[in-house]
Design a protein around this ligand. Structure first.
Ligand code: SF4
Ligand code: SF4
Length: 131
C-alpha cells in the first residue's frame, strides 16, 4: 500500500500538469460558440417597418418607434433589458434586416444605459426630403 504522503504528491503532480480549463477573461478574449445569439444589429436600409418582429417577440422586447425612412414610418427599437435572446425576430424578418451578432458584453449599471436600447438612426434629411 503506498504511503499517504506519496499518494498526495502524485495527485498534486497530476493536477499541476493538467491544462487549465478556464481562461483569464477579460484579459484574454472569450471563446464564443459559432452560433452564439448575442447583441442584435438592425439594418434600417433593408427594414420596411412591417412590425412582424415586434408582434412575434415573446418577451415584448421590440417596440415600434417613429421613423422617416421606412414605408410604414415605423422601425423597431430593441430592449435588451427584456430580450431573452431567442432569435425569433431574426428568423421571422422577411427582409433579413435583423442579425444576432456574437457580441455578448451587455452588462449595464442602470436600466437607463443607452446600450440596452438599440435603434437604427434615421438618415439626416436632405434638401429633397425636407420639402
Ligand atoms: S426588422 Fe424586419 S420584421 Fe422588423 S419591422 Fe423591419 S422588416 Fe419588419
Ligand atoms: S431575440 Fe427574441 S426576445 Fe430578443 S428581441 Fe428578438 S424575438 Fe425578442
Amino acid at each position: 500500500m503506498p504511503r499517504p504522503g506519496a499518494m498526495q504528491g502524485e495527485i498534486l503532480g497530476t493536477v499541476l500538469r493538467r491544462k487549465t480549463a478556464t481562461i483569464r477573461y477579460p484579459f484574454q478574449e472569450a471563446v464564443r460558440p459559432e452560433r452564439l445569439r448575442g447583441n442584435i444589429e438592425h439594418d434600417l436600409e433593408k427594414c420596411t417597418g412591417c412590425g412582424l418582429c415586434s408582434r412575434e417577440c415573446p418577451a415584448t422586447a421590440i417596440e415600434m418607434v417613429e421613423s422617416t425612412k421606412t414605408k410604414t414610418q415605423k422601425k423597431p427599437q430593441f430592449r435588451f433589458d427584456r430580450c431573452i435572446w431567442c432569435g425569433t425576430c431574426e428568423a421571422v424578418c422577411p427582409k433579413k434586416a435583423i442579425t444576432m451578432t456574437g457580441k455578448f458584453e451587455l452588462a449595464a449599471f442602470t436600466l437607463k444605459d443607452d446600450h440596452l436600447f438599440v435603434v437604427s438612426e434615421d438618415p439626416e434629411p436632405t434638401e429633397q426630403t425636407k420639402e
